[in-house]
Design a protein. Structure first.
Ligand code: OGA
Ligand code: NI
Length: 373
């Protein structure tokens, strides 16, 4: 994608995006107009279904979600119960961490339990198409399990890495509260997914599933063009905020600021691939399905390729990755197989699957020790 007249282009995108997010849900003429305008300029947007978690019409929610899962694997969730004020606070605290000097941030470098800070280029999500790694920095926060708890022997459980309270007061409380609240949102979405797959409403609530989940909050910061380590994305040169990937788990809840950047590709096998922007929607979560759900549902529900382009301004987002417990066996759901459609994947333990996926995409931690030596 070429951005020759970046300033104007950005201004246009900004305005169109604001209109678009406002009117898209109602499907008004204005949204159609903006969509067409964007398309005329070679910028296409994906129109996503919007699931209102406060709606009493569960049939409607199930049908909207099912349609979204069969089509793009992405949808918005609104009225999810987390207040806008609190969301703003989480973003403000995230910004407070990322504006610390790099030397300070590196003191919180992620450990082998996948907790803590991940610097720019730590992750390479799409090695085939990326020259370096992702131009983003992040911070992983998982389920807090004390060191002496036998559960902490599992790969994704253990104590979190927390910034010093005197440096960032309220930080830990804010993140822990968000972690808990987001899990409730995820469970509510999973109930609708269960119904859409003709399962019992509480299928994913079982103790070995979301009763004891691996749920990881990840604060993300895309530095953009004006920072020391940041870079403006250029797909022709293999430079991305986040390379093309699908998420590993069951679902991901994503909150973003209002800077455009996320793109999805509905058909990963098409050549050339077509990428569409997902407009930020204030107060909403953008939800997408992960690879584990694709396996579980025997590809009835697909995980969708997505990536992030950074066009200039910095961008903040918060991802919440939801996976079942370590020992949960992810095997073809009873409603997703038949004689004509046998299971496409062998059963796999959630912990084993995730460990491999993280290993494939993140830098070896020894790299940093060598660097410091
Ligand atoms: C991710 C991701 C998108 C974003 O972290 O897996 O896709 O907008 N993030 O930051
Ligand atoms: Ni992702």
């Amino acid at each position: 994608m070429e951005f020759q007249n970046l300033g104007l282009e950005m201004l246009f995108i900004w305005q169109a995006k604001t209109y678009f997010s406002q009117f898209k849900i109602r499907g008004s003429r204005k949204s159609e107009f903006v969509l067409r305008e964007m398309e005329n300029r070679g910028q296409s947007f994906s129109v996503l279904n919007c699931i209102d978690l406060s709606s009493p019409d569960i049939h409607k929610s199930v049908s909207l979600l099912k349609q979204a899962c069969l089509d793009s694997g992405f949808f918005y969730v609104i009225n999810h119960g987390i207040s806008q004020e609190f969301m703003d606070e989480v973003f403000a605290q995230s910004k407070r961490f990322f504006t610390l000097p790099l030397s300070e941030k590196m003191k919180h470098l992620r450990n082998e339990k996948h907790r803590g800070y991940t610097p720019v280029l730590d992750e390479v999500l799409d090695p085939e198409n990326q020259v370096n790694g992702d131009y983003k920095e992040g911070y992983y926060i998982g389920v807090e399990v004390p060191e002496h708890d036998p559960k902490s022997e599992k790969p994704f459980y253990g104590p979190n890495v927390w910034p010093a309270a005197d440096r960032l007061p309220e930080w830990r409380q804010t993140m822990e509260k968000f972690h808990q609240e987001a899990l409730e949102v995820a469970k509510a979405v999973a109930r609708i997914i269960a119904l859409a797959l003709d399962l019992e409403r509480d299928f994913f609530d079982k103790p070995e599933m979301l009763g004891d989940p691996i749920a990881t909050l990840r604060l993300l910061h895309y530095e953009g063009g004006n920072q020391i380590e940041g870079q403006i994305s250029d797909p022709l040169k293999g430079i991305y905020g986040a390379g093309a990937h699908s998420d590993y788990g069951l679902i991901t809840l994503l909150a973003t600021d209002d800077v455009l950047g996320l793109q999805i590709c509905k058909d990963k096998d098409a050549r050339p691939q077509t990428w569409e922007y997902v407009a930020p929607l204030k107060g909403a979560f953008i939800v997408n399905l992960g690879d584990m759900l694709e396996r579980w549902s025997n590809c009835i529900f697909k995980s969708t390729l997505h990536r992030v382009l950074v066009h200039g301004p910095e961008r903040y987002s918060i991802a919440y990755f939801v996976e079942p417990s370590h020992d949960c066996l992810v095997e073809c759901l009873p409603t997703c197989k038949s004689d004509k459609n046998p299971p496409k994947f062998p059963p796999v333990k959630c912990g084993t699957y995730l460990t491999q996926r993280y290993k494939d995409t993140h830098a070896d931690l020894n790299l940093y020790t060598k660097h410091q030596a």
